[in-house]
Design a protein around this ligand. Structure first.
Ligand code: GLP
Length: 242
């Protein structure tokens, strides 16, 4: 795992955006895996600026988001569809039909999950996957569990994740209890992975991801088995790294 120690959140965001921009420049038909949460917002802002100032083109690129809450419509402001639209896609030139986010309103969730995996496979797999990390070391919504789940699947969120994500909702009761998440399989099959972490509350999870025993109880630790991961941490998130 290659580790970049960034001086600040802004520095982390810019370094990550440069990797995405380089991928798009190198291969305009890249397949990106994108993440939500506070962590990648700065990266999306930098990418919007890079796109607007340098004209890097995403019109032939494809994106797959990691996850979505079950029960939230795409136009619900708390949905990950809306998050991506508001922070990123509205400013970029991805083609609408090349943007993929799991459908949290699907009537048949197993079918939606299978279809999501099939669409990723048919696109040729992910070239560059962006990941954040949860405080319990979850990636996407792959929560600590007795085993790794390979495919896209429905997840019952852990109460610690519900608490952590309550800041995006008016109350903790409003946080959906279930989500659809890409599995560890598609994430691990990505050609390259960029893992981002910022802030002291992520330091323990980052430590587990890099130096911990590889275990489905700390899902990010599986990244130790991937050949091309770049971890970008600010000083606080990287504080426990050797
Ligand atoms: C959510 C998302 C994850 C994200 C994590 C951390 O649970 N499903 O993809 O990495 O939160 O979010 P944040 O960056 O806001 O700390």
């Amino acid at each position: 795992m290659r580790i970049l120690f960034a001086d600040s959140y802004e520095d982390m965001s810019l370094e990550a955006a440069k990797l995405v921009a380089a991928e798009a420049w190198h291969n305009p038909q890249s397949i990106f895996g994108f993440a939500t949460g506070d962590t990648p917002i700065g990266m999306y802002q930098c990418l919007v600026e890079i796109h607007q100032h340098f004209g890097i083109d995403f019109s032939q690129a494809t994106s797959f988001n990691l996850d979505e809450y079950v029960g939230l419509a795409p136009d619900n402001p708390q949905s990950y569809h809306a998050f991506m639209q508001n922070h990123f896609f509205q400013y970029m030139n991805f083609r609408r039909e090349c943007i993929h986010v799991p459908n949290g309103l699907a009537e048949n969730i197993p079918e939606e999950c299978a279809q999501y995996d099939k669409t990723i496979r048919e696109a040729g797999g992910i070239d560059l996957q962006i990941l954040g990390i949860g405080r319990n070391a979850h990636i996407g919504f792959n929560e600590p569990a007795d085993g790794f789940t390979r495919g896209t699947h429905e997840v019952i969120l852990k109460s610690s994740t519900i608490q952590a994500n309550a800041r995006f909702f008016s109350s903790v009761e409003d946080v959906p209890r279930r989500a659809i998440s890409m599995g560890i399989g598609a994430i691990m099959q990505a050609k390259r992975i960029v893992l981002l972490a910022s802030g002291s509350e992520k330091a323990e999870a980052v430590y587990k991801a890099v130096h911990g025993l590889v275990s489905s109880q700390a899902p990010a630790s599986v990244l130790q088995f991937h050949p091309a991961v770049t971890l970008i941490v600010d000083k606080a998130a990287g504080a426990k790294l050797q």
